[in-house]
Design a protein around this ligand. Structure first.
Ligand code: DX5
Ligand code: ZN
Length: 555
């Protein structure tokens, strides 16, 4: 039984933090490639791999082979989060006598392969996968290779071999981050098409340049191409791979080296370098500030919600917010689970179902069956007993658990014990009932009060802001602590959903950079502010951050 979307996200965050902490303590290591594969490992560890951390040699376990072994901090962090050893053991990374070295080693129980010498993990994986067939075992082999690693001829020998022997119990991920130790992969040995400048966005913009999939297809592989940072895409690809018989599968995952830490992203320098101690707390704050945009489709054409879903997909929404209104809890009626069921096949983007209905416990199963990924119910129509039931049912069904409070509602006393285990808290900033209303200003003050209670009670979920969120207020709502943002009128109400979502993200980014500058200034004054800014060497970031720092009087 795997974890739900939110829980997977939380574990990925935990393991990213462990990578930062452990490489910093070691003074060396590979954060860049650990972060580009973080979501892939998260989906494997918390939703697909079969393993028993108490019995690492369990015969039936799936095998995970990290062929790009230098990214061992990423592997070890997940092994710690998964329970193979205590998280504190990561403090010994790369230390003499530790079982956690710079490259994975079999002396660490649970590690399947001594990575480090690049190019060999795929051949090794084929061997284990074939042995499973000979022994009539059901386990699956998952292997992660790098794009720099694909310079090795042995990768292509293995590609031929797996295809010849129809090794369909093997799924390979190519962590396609376009960067290897010395530079950009496309400059050193192009897998796709030669990159002429230092500008990776050239590759991203033009999909016709991507040839890697064709190469693997020509070797007879089943090729899936995905965004390697989107959990739902990784998840769907693994399922497809598992259902593909007679050929091996490679999931070409477009990723970003150093993903989640702006100054590391797309920067070859972070292939193998540890963050400095004074920068670590800033990185932690940055990691804690990942955010999601969730357009609310009721702000669009209610007679063609199918089209609204398509607009969300084209707009690269993180979730899709579905406002269910029953004409009783709120005066309006929108749609119910039947509509959600119809919309479900249109996309794999997570459905963020917001139930503004009476007696949600009565209808919960319908909304689960319809394909919701998270379900939020209201404080005003639940109590300890009904919410307890809802909470347990959702967790059992691998669905995110959400709780919503109206502008006039405070967190009920009975809800406090649930705080550590819920995934999402919606703080309504309009009286629910329709989109297009004005944000209620007192919500800012309410959020600061809530933050204290949430922190005292070990809240580890995401606060979602819902109602009247727009480009003018989103920055301050982010500062209040919200990490998921619903946009009705301000996103779906706009002609260009993609531009609206991009603008939402940019506004949040400005706020986030400001908060990180505040942190740097608080910890180390102007010197640390300058040091942190100077780490941002790729693209236009540095100039933009400098501007924010100047406005704040730090430069
Ligand atoms: C309000 C709903 C919101 C709303 C958002 O009852 O829960 O999701 O539709 O729309 P805007 O952003 O326009 O307020
Ligand atoms: Zn809503």
């Amino acid at each position: 039984m795997g974890l739900n979307y939110y829980q997977i996200k939380k574990n990925i965050l935990k393991s990213r933090k462990l990578v930062i902490r452990s490489t910093n303590l070691a003074g060396s290591g590979h954060p860049g490639g650990s972060f580009s594969m973080a979501e892939i490992l998260g989906c494997l560890f918390y939703n697909h791999l079969r393993y028993d951390p108490k019995n690492p040699q369990w015969d039936e376990r799936d095998r995970l082979v990290l062929s790009k072994g230098h990214a061992s901090p990423g592997l070890f962090s997940n092994m710690a989060v998964a329970g193979y050893f205590p998280e504190t053991e990561l403090d010994t990374l790369r230390k003499f006598g530790s079982k956690l070295q710079g490259h994975p080693d079999l002396k660490c129980p649970g590690v399947e392969f001594c990575g480090g010498s690049l190019g060999t993990g795929l051949s090794y994986s084929i061997g284990i996968a074939l042995s499973a067939k000979i022994d009539s075992k059901n386990f699956h082999v998952y292997t992660i290779i790098g794009d720099g690693e694909s310079d090795e001829g042995q990768i292509w020998e293995a590609a031929m071999t797996a295809s010849k022997y129809k090794v369909d119990n093997l799924t390979v991920f190519l962590d396609r981050n376009f960067i290897q130790q010395d530079s950009y992969t496309e400059k050193i040995m192009p897998l796709d098409k030669k990159l002429d400048s230092e500008n990776l966005s050239e590759m991203w913009k033009d999909a016709s340049r991507w040839k890697t999939g064709d190469k693997w297809r020509s070797f007879g592989w089943n090729v899936l191409e995905i965004d390697g940072h989107r959990i739902e895409q990784i998840d769907a690809a693994i399922r497809k791979a598992n259902n593909t018989k007679g050929v091996p599968t490679i999931i070409i995952s477009r990723t970003i080296k150093g993903k989640s830490v702006e100054h590391m992203e797309d920067n070859p320098a972070w292939h193998g370098k540890a963050p400095d101690t004074d920068i670590v707390p800033i990185i932690f704050d940055e990691l804690n500030s990942q955010f999601m945009i969730s357009p609310s489709i009721i702000a669009g054409d209610m007679s063609n919600l199918e089209n609204e879903i398509k607009r969300c997909v084209n707009g690269r929404a993180d979730y899709i917010h579905l406002d269910v209104m029953d004409g009783q809890f709120v005066p309006n009626k929108t749609f119910d689970f039947n509509k959600i069921k119809e919309l479900r096949p249109l996309t794999i983007i997570p459905f963020d179902t917001h139930l503004m209905i009476n007696e949600p416990q009565k209808y919960l199963q319908n909304y689960i069956d319809a394909g919701s990924d998270m379900i939020t119910v209201h404080a005003e129509v639940t109590n300890a007993s009904s919410f307890g039931e809802i909470h347990d049912t959702l967790k059992q069904n691998q669905i995110g658990v959400g709780f919503a409070i109206n502008p006039d509602t405070e967190l009920p006393e009975w809800f406090i014990p649930f705080i550590p285990s819920i995934d999402q808290l919606i703080v309504m900033s309009v009286v629910p009932g329709k989109s297009g209303q004005q944000y209620i200003e007192s919500t800012h003050e309410k959020m600061s009060r809530l933050n204290v209670i949430l922190e005292q009670n070990n809240f580890s979920g995401y606060i979602e802001a819902d109602g009247g969120v727009n480009l003018q207020n989103i920055g301050s709502i982010f500062n209040d602590g919200a990490r998921a943002f619903v946009g009705g009128g301000a996103i779906i109400g706009q002609d260009d959903v993609r531009a609206a979502i991009r603008d939402f993200r940019n506004e949040i980014l400005i706020s986030r950079r400001g908060a990180l500058l505040d942190k740097a200034h608080k910890l180390g004054g102007q010197d640390l502010v300058k040091k942190w800014i100077n780490l941002h060497v790729i693209g236009e970031k540095q100039k933009e951050i400098q501007k924010i720092a100047m406005e704040r009087g730090y430069l």
